[in-house]
Design a protein around this ligand. Sequence first.
Ligand code: ADP
Ligand code: MG
Length: 181
Amino acid sequence: MKNKAYIALGSNVGEKEENLAQAQKHIAMIADTKITRTSSIYQTVPWGKTDQDDFLNQVIEIETEFSPLQLLSVLLNIEINMGRQRKEKWGPRIIDLDILLYGEQTVDEPELKVPHPYLCERLFVLIPLLEINPDIVLPDGTNLKEVLIRVKARTDNKSIPNMLDLNKGSHIDTPKSGSRL
Ligand code: ADP
Ligand code: MG
């Protein structure tokens, strides 16, 4: 049976847009898996470790026959194939691929936690995720649209990810907190 999953992509080294595109090409080649939706690309100031280049972030929806752990293993391989080296926590990376959600499933294994533990704190995943599925809820019933409104309300404007307008090379402001996406 096909399962719907959401993957967060992030890059802050080299040709970042190209890295996001390349990762999607790899994901599209996973057996019995297809990409069904892709969000816009968002530009985000770094989180956790702030003395590094801006990130580009994107979320994609896939349908897959792979189990959550199989999917994680393929994604980690794609990261390695694309040249990612794990040096420091939250440090610079060519590509970061995180499983945000996997159907209605909750996974609590040492190497995999789903829903992703920081999903409800990170605007750079909440905003693109809700862009492609505005009605999404967590397995415990949490409505992410409401989470987004709360998190935006306590975030200063410069830390809110901007949608990257790839045609103009400029940025479109995301809506203020409380308004619709
Ligand atoms: P982060 O994504 O938090 O910046 P890493 O990409 O270096 O950090 O991931 C470290 C480890 O996190 C991975 O090796 C993986 O085993 C684990 N992990 C736990 N839950 C998830 C998830 N939902 N998606 C991706 N990796 C996860
Ligand atoms: Mg990761």
